[in-house]
Write a protein of this length. Structure first.
Length: 710
């Protein structure tokens, strides 16, 4: 197309309103991140939780401060004895949107980064699905599932992962465009709309897009997102070549036509790798000096998804929610790392497309690749639970990673794409049936219309479509009637009480209601008009994702909390002086106080040095000498030597109970107090008050706890 876009001319500017009406779903999706993240900012609050709160936000603030003062963001001098800022990946110091921290208030820059991540995911997924091709409505469903469900919602506590994964559909869009045969219709449209535009864009444009998407994925600072995106892109590329070039034997073989797209793919990916070298090159240099320089298989499979937790793909709250006010999470590992729920409709679509009704359609050849991606991604996420983990460990680069559960990105992307295809097929079939019924009614003396036509399904097709509802129902009933057994089967890390179990059962009951409504719409689409079917599907999707988001998204925090700028933090700063502080509380018993104090990593915001910290990479020699890899942990035996004096550590913060020597285990159970414990909370014997004691260097003092600590 040449010349100005007629939709953008002044005389035809009124076309914008019909476009918005025709793409209302996409407009709503684009507005959602702005409203969710932007409105709290107007009231002085910002969304910070998990690693974003204690690590990603402070590191980006530091990167912005370096840039505004004319320094490259290379070093974080405030944790350990200095740690790489750029080479540590987590800061995303080379990511262009991180540079906003140099020119805007930190809370605003952070919020814009969050908004941008989800906008990039929505637009990229929508455009990619439109070229599959599916209708605009179906593409909106797939974009909503990918951006606001599963991986991208659960991993919101890791902005680097979300920002990197958001570029995956753009990467696949470029691969699709580069492998598009000439003359292919690039988008699909309903019968009542204008046909899709023919004539793909020049291939060099797609190569530039691939370079940009590759570079942005790398610069976002999440190696897991880079590796997952690369693997999915390669699988998709192989499938595209097989589908469009090798299978079309009616066309004469032309080596040049086969190699030209591949050459542009190599050029685009190569340019992206070169542009991303600002991040991966210093990262690899530091990795060679860290504890990951010689990865072991045990380290590699740390964080694999236990296969039993795959049940959370169907019902994400079987072992608790991410909201302490509701039930709290008592499952194995962290909740964000095992979250992979993109909506009940996506699961229905996954099974429904396997039915004879759909798998025999010509369009089916376009969606089988996503079943391959889903299976391989799920096997990768299981990691150490399957022999597949040993195969992955043989691949250089991949074997230096951990947290294989993050391979769920491929599972969620595949389910979102299959959802779009299923919605497209259902809507197209419904519109076609309605048109045929109208045509029959218009024929003189023809058969009279007797209501909305329905397509009969075989029992096996109905059974496949009902599998998600059946699984969700079984989990819900098990939670009500056999909660302890269900927890043992799935695996729990923390104990739960009856109130938590009741809350979880109630949440699962709500999930069953949503699944039942979705299944009814899927089984009986003919009972609704095409417009009514779209509204019904959209309602189920919106309620489902809203229900999911409310139970996983923590509320925003205030400026004081975000910056740890309260009186406790000031007290720590005064006590530390010109030295460094260290903390020993590996069990995180006083986590709220640690946040208020400005714990390690949060101390970056106050520019107060600590001899500890947390980073995905830490010097192997430093780790062996101190045992200080996690924020509030260290090797207690190092306190007896000169290690911490050499690091200028002047303040050690800990709990009194950590310094207590456990008594003999022969004490009767009713007199024993669990260790560590609050000394004022036990009831196993007489108590007497003790006055505060100040210990000089080398001093000793005995405290009376009145009971034996086990």
């Amino acid at each position: 197309m040449s010349g100005p876009d007629p939709h953008m001319t002044r005389g035809d500017g009124r076309r914008i309103i019909p476009w918005v009406r025709g793409h209302i779903g996409l407009v709503v999706l684009l507005a959602a991140p702005v409203l969710v993240f932007g409105i709290p900012l107007l009231f002085g609050q910002v969304f910070l939780d998990g690693d974003n709160f204690i690590q990603n936000f402070p590191l980006r603030v530091l990167a912005g401060q370096d840039l505004i003062h004319g320094h490259l963001p290379l070093l974080n001098p405030y944790i350990f004895s200095g740690a790489p800022l750029l080479g540590g990946f987590n800061a995303g110091a080379a990511y262009p949107l991180t540079w906003l921290f140099a020119i805007l208030p930190a809370e605003l820059a952070w919020t814009l980064n969050l908004i941008a991540a989800y906008e990039v995911a929505v637009v990229g997924m929508y455009l990619f699905l439109r070229r599959q091709p599916v209708w605009s409505t179906a593409a909106s469903f797939g974009a909503a599932a990918f951006a606001f469900g599963g991986y991208l919602s659960g991993q919101i506590v890791h902005i680097d992962l979300v920002s990197g994964a958001a570029w995956l559909p753009w990467m696949l869009l470029a691969v699709h465009g580069l492998t598009e045969p000439p003359g292919t219709v690039t988008t699909a449209s309903p019968p009542t709309a204008a046909p899709g535009r023919a004539g793909p864009a020049p291939r060099w444009w797609w190569a530039l897009l691939l370079a940009a998407a590759t570079a942005m994925t790398i610069l976002a600072g999440a190696p897991e997102a880079v590796l997952d995106s690369a693997v999915i892109a390669v699988i998709y590329l192989i499938w595209r070549y097989w589908l469009y070039w090798r299978s079309d034997r009616r066309q004469p073989f032309a080596l040049r036509s086969r190699l030209a797209p591949l050459g542009l793919l190599v050029v685009g990916a190569g340019v992206g790798l070169v542009a991303g070298a600002a991040q991966w090159l210093p990262g690899l240099v530091f990795t060679a000096q860290s504890q990951r320089s010689t990865p072991t298989y045990q380290f590699f499979i740390t964080g694999s998804l236990p296969w039993r937790l795959t049940a959370l793909v169907f019902s994400p709250f079987v072992v608790g929610t991410n909201q302490q006010e509701v039930s709290g999470y008592f499952g194995d590992y962290n909740f964000p790392e095992v979250t992979s729920y993109v909506g009940i409709l996506a699961l229905i679509g996954f099974f429904a497309l396997l039915t004879s009704r759909w798998r025999r359609r010509p369009e089916a050849s376009r969606w089988w690749v996503w079943y391959v991606v889903l299976v391989l991604s799920l096997l990768s996420a299981w990691g150490g639970d399957t022999p597949f983990g040993h195969l992955l460990f043989l691949i250089p680069g991949i074997n230096s990673q951990r947290l294989l559960s993050r391979n769920l990105l491929g599972v969620d992307f595949a389910l979102a794409t299959l959802l779009a295809w299923w919605v497209h097929m259902v809507l197209a079939d419904r519109a076609r049936t309605r048109s045929e019924a109208a045509a029959v009614a218009a024929v003189p003396d023809g058969p009279a219309a007797t209501g909305s036509p329905r397509t009969r399904s075989r029992p096996v097709d109905v059974a496949l479509t009902c599998i998600p509802l059946a699984v969700v129902t079984v989990l819900c009933v098990g939670s009500w009637l056999w909660a302890s057994g269900l927890e043992r089967f799935i695996g729990t890390q923390y104990p739960s009480d009856s109130s938590m179990r009741m809350a979880v059962a109630a949440v699962l009951t709500g999930g069953v209601a949503i699944a039942a409504a979705a299944t009814w719409v899927a089984l009986f689409p003919g009972r609704l008009s095409p417009a009514g079917l779209r509204r019904a599907l959209a309602t189920v999707m919106a309620v489902d994702l809203a229900f999911f988001t409310i139970l996983i998204l923590h509320g925003p925090v205030t400026h004081t909390t975000a910056y740890a700028s309260g009186p406790t933090a000031a007290e720590l700063t005064a006590a530390t002086g010109n030295g460094r502080f260290i903390i020993y509380d590996p069990d995180r018993f006083v986590q709220g106080q640690l946040f208020a104090m400005g714990q390690t990593d949060l101390n970056v915001l106050k520019q107060l040095p600590s001899a500890q910290g947390y980073t995905a990479l830490v010097s192997g020699e430093y780790y062996q000498a101190t045992g200080a890899h996690l924020q509030e942990d260290l090797d207690p035996y190092t306190l007896a030597g000169p290690t911490w004096d050499d690091l200028n550590a002047t303040v050690l913060l800990s709990l009194p109970s950590y310094f207590v020597t456990p008594g003999p285990t022969t004490t009767p159970t009713h007199l024993a107090t669990p260790f560590p414990s609050d000394p004022n909370a036990f009831t196993g014997g007489p108590k007497r008050p003790t006055d505060p004691v100040s210990l000089a260097s080398g001093g000793r003092h005995t405290w009376y706890f009145g009971g034996t600590l086990t």
